[in-house]
Design a binder for this molecule. Structure first.
Ligand code: NDP
Length: 294
């Protein structure tokens, strides 16, 4: 029987755990705080920021939303980050990606205090992930994928995992996470990208196939081995006049075709997406807890 991996419902369980953690921390006299910085007017970024802020408020975290105009200079943005680094009520800082073209994203990431880097993009946290040092922050989307596999008892130990996509946000950290030593890792990981030769054949070897490409319905049933588990990280907006928004969201996987042959698959929306926000809140709580022992 093919299973639909219900990320929405798992994320609600994670958020309920987070709500209890927030209450306990408040009893200890500290309220976890997340600052989300948005530069410019990208509609998708605005929507992501809105849902992060709403989730914080719902769970009782301190939430600070800083919206800066498109024209904000690099220097001004770095000043804002510096203030947040020194704000004792803020435990997590996130600058919504992508920033406008004139902003150097890597300089922004470097400016964030690694102890508040709940996105896990700072080189110190990237190194900790590679070194399998659990004190660091792991990027939220890979963490969410790993949690989904764990919640559905999908064993990664010795499994052939193929990840299509090598970004620093999804593909690369997810590869590190799933190949790490430990019960939620120990996979044999292959990472494919735009220069990969024979993609179809490589994907067909996968026990667990993960798509993080950014192209609607890029992977079809020809890429999937019968009985494989398919995790679709992609979120693509495609025009749809029948929707009142004028678009709908589709993943990187042709869901209908692939669902007929795989053993389990994440839908889009309602798969990996909600897990990303849940892991962001979980990382913010971790940052807050760490601040207590400083
Ligand atoms: P990037 O554009 O940074 O990376 C895309 C990757 O796909 C690159 O490694 C690229 O290869 C590879 N790729 C592109 N074309 C091909 C091809 N023809 N064959 C094989 N590989 C290819 O995207 P992100 O990693 O940031 O995001 C990927 C998707 O996940 C997007 O749809 C994004 O919206 C979504 N996403 C979803 C999140 C969630 O919460 N669910 C969070 C973050 C992202 P190369 O490196 O060679 O260019």
């Amino acid at each position: 029987m093919m299973k639909i991996i219900n990320g929405k419902s798992i994320s609600e369980n994670v958020l309920e755990e987070c709500r209890i953690d927030v209450e306990n921390l408040k009893e200890q006299g500290v309220k976890p705080g997340l600052a989300v910085v948005l530069v410019g007017n990208d509609p998708a970024s605005k929507a992501y920021v809105g849902s992060k802020v709403r989730t914080c408020i719902k769970l009782g975290l301190h939430s600070l939303k800083i919206e800066l105009p498109e024209s904000t200079s690099q220097e001004e943005l770095l000043k804002v980050i510096d203030q947040l680094n020194n704000d004792s009520e803020i435990h997590g800082i996130l600058v919504q990606s992508p920033p406008p073209n004139h902003i150097d994203e890597s300089a922004v990431v470097l400016a964030i205090d690694p102890a508040k880097d709940v996105d896990g993009f700072h080189p110190e946290n990237v190194a900790k992930l590679a070194l399998e040092d659990p004190s660091g922050f792991v990027p939220c989307t890979p963490l969410g994928c790993q949690r989904l596999l764990a919640e559905y008892s999908i064993d990664t130990n010795g499994a052939n995992v193929v990840i299509v996509g090598r970004s620093m946000i999804v593909g690369k950290p997810l590869a590190l996470l799933l190949m790490a030593k430990g019960p939620l890792g120990n996979a044999t990981v292959t990472v494919a990208h735009s220069r990969t030769k024979g993609l179809e054949k490589i994907c067909k070897e996968a026990d667990i196939l993960i798509a993080a490409v950014g192209r609607p319905k890029f992977l079809s049933r020809e890429h999937v081995k019968e009985g494989a588990v398919v995790i679709d990280v992609g979120i693509n907006r495609v025009d749809d006049n029948s929707s009142n928004k004028g678009y709908r969201l589709v993943g990187d996987v042709d869901f209908e075709g692939v669902a007929e042959i795989c053993s389990a698959i994440t839908p889009v929306p309602g798969g990996v997406g909600p897990m990303t926000i849940a892991m962001l809140i979980s990382n913010t709580i971790k940052a807050c807890r760490n601040s207590l022992s400083d």
